[in-house]
Design a binder for this molecule. Structure first.
Ligand code: GLU
Length: 492
């Protein structure tokens, strides 16, 4: 074990998002590569929006993707508790220290006063900011505010304008990013409900949990100078930072976490029948790629190849076509039985299956899925792909079909095909294919008169799975029935 300690600290305020999971995954890869430790901390100081249910979803989706952790809410460890709402006394200790050392102060301003302050700053042409008004309250003023029932927040003292200085974030991905303290105002570190803010709690936790490297989304880069000021004020050694590029959608818009369109949630991909190993592979390539440009990579290959310093600075584009392509490939290469079992809930939902299939029915289902999986990107597409094997025959265009069945040679093709199928000793796609080769050679008709009418008669459609597979799945009796039905239509 190296001394590398990484953390993934999601807030359980919504269903876990693609962006968050990519952060978790990069932390996981870096931890595993370096024989380090990954810590799962739950940042639930937003009491209104945090729920146990969302925390459960985070754990469930991480497990599904195979992102195990070494310490955290679910597994324990020496640096707990790992849920921020259970660490309030710890934060209190440190904020008291800052108050005592005159590095922080109580602020009693009301929301209305703050609004006014911001407006005034804006009127003067500056950025809306807190003006430091409560830095120097007299004991009388404090008493008066208390008597009014005002609940204070605690603010951190940022260097005054005349003492402004640069804070340098040394980022492994972005290089040195310089912020001047003049762009910051005295930010809140404790809220009036007695909860620490994110910027405060995250520093205390990362320091006490001995985190060596913080790998997180670029949206937190602007928080980093504030956090560095707190590290400094408390005499903690800051970790190394690496801010991962944003993930944008195909239109280069931000993939949003709280939009109505929930296509950005991990659970949605699971529910649609994406395989965890495909999503894992895909997420690893969001913002990073191996030098040899390989796309399909196992977990082991990813651990070996992943390099934090090689992560891109520019935004990663979430390319759904690429995810679909990857997932389709994984579906085709996976163990067939696993894909069958994963497909069963989708078939049930579509009304194609009632009970858990067993015995012959299961064997038959294996054949169906073996064929169907060649044409899908994700498993929710399976029912549509296999519909024709579960429903009565329906013609896409009956009139056109009947016209085709009436054409010369079609009756002969159907009759000989039936005879040949009857005579088969072994019934499988290989032997069925041989029949077609024989028909092509033996019968005085073109290939067009063989394949297309048969497909129409058996599936009602112009295209679909290979005909040898269709016959194999339908079985001889059903095939005979459908061919006869077509001939009957032609004779009407
Ligand atoms: N709870 C924060 C979030 O989910 C963590 C940010 C960080 O990694 O510092 O965005």
């Amino acid at each position: 074990m190296s001394n590398i300690r990484l953390r993934f600290p999601p807030s359980p305020t919504g269903r876990i998002h693609i962006g968050n999971m990519r952060t978790a995954l990069f932390n996981w890869l870096w931890a595993r590569k370096n024989n380090g430790k990954l810590i799962l901390r739950i940042e639930d100081t937003d009491r209104e929006r945090s729920t146990e249910e969302f925390e459960k979803i985070i754990l469930q989706e991480m497990k599904w993707l195979g992102l195990d952790v070494d310490e955290g809410v679910n597994v324990g460890g020496d640096y707990g508790p790992y849920r921020q709402s259970e660490r309030l006394d710890i934060y209190r200790r440190y904020v008291d220290k800052l108050l005592q050392e005159n590095k922080a102060y109580y602020c009693y301003c009301t929301p209305e006063e703050l609004d006014q302050m911001r407006e005034e700053a804006r009127d003067k042409g500056g950025a809306p900011r807190y003006n430091g008004r409560c830095r120097h309250l007299t004991p009388e003023e404090v008493e008066k505010f208390k008597a009014e029932g005002r609940k204070p927040v605690i603010r951190f003292k940022v260097p005054l304008p005349e003492e402004a200085r640069d804070i340098v974030v040394k980022d492994r991905i972005r290089g040195e990013v310089v912020f001047n303290t003049s762009v910051l105002d005295d930010f809140v570190i404790f809220k009036s409900d007695g909860m620490p803010t994110y910027n405060f709690a995250v520093v205390i936790d990362d320091a006490l949990m001995k985190i060596t490297d913080v790998i997180r989304g670029e949206d937190h880069l602007s928080n980093t100078p504030k956090q560095l000021l707190i590290y400094e004020a408390l005499g903690f050694k800051p970790p190394r930072f690496a801010h991962l590029p944003l993930i944008l959608d195909e239109n280069r818009a931000k993939l949003k976490k709280r939009s109505d369109d929930d296509a950005a949630y991990i659970g949605e991909y699971r529910e649609k029948g994406y395989l965890p190993e495909a999503l894992f592979n895909f997420l690893a390539l969001l913002g990073w790629s191996p030098k040899n440009e390989q796309e399909i990579m196992s977990r082991e290959e990813l651990i070996k190849a992943f390099e934090l310093d090689e992560v891109n600075k520019s935004a990663a584009i979430f390319d759904i076509d690429k995810l679909n392509w990857l997932n389709g490939k994984y579906i085709r290469e996976a163990d067939l039985k696993r894909i069958v079992d994963l497909s069963i809930p989708f078939l049930k939902k579509a009304g194609f299956l009632e009970d858990e299939p067993t015995g012959e029915k299961y064997e038959w289902l294996m054949r169906v899925i073996e064929v169907a999986r060649t044409g899908v990107d994700y498993l929710a597409q399976i029912p549509k792909e296999v519909e024709l094997f579960f429903t009565e025959l329906e013609f896409e265009d009956k009139e056109k079909a009947v016209k085709e069945f009436k054409e010369e040679g079609v009756e002969l093709v159907f009759t000989v095909l039936k005879e040949e199928l009857e005579a088969l000793e072994e019934f499988n796609p290989g032997t069925i294919n041989k029949i077609f080769n024989k028909l092509k050679k033996k019968l005085p008709v073109g290939a067009k008169t063989i394949y297309h009418p048969v497909r129409l008669a058996l599936t009602g459609m112009n295209s679909g799975p290979e005909i040898k597979n269709v016959i194999y799945i339908l079985g001889i009796e059903e095939v005979k029935k459908r061919l006869d039905n077509a001939l009957k239509l032609a004779a009407e």
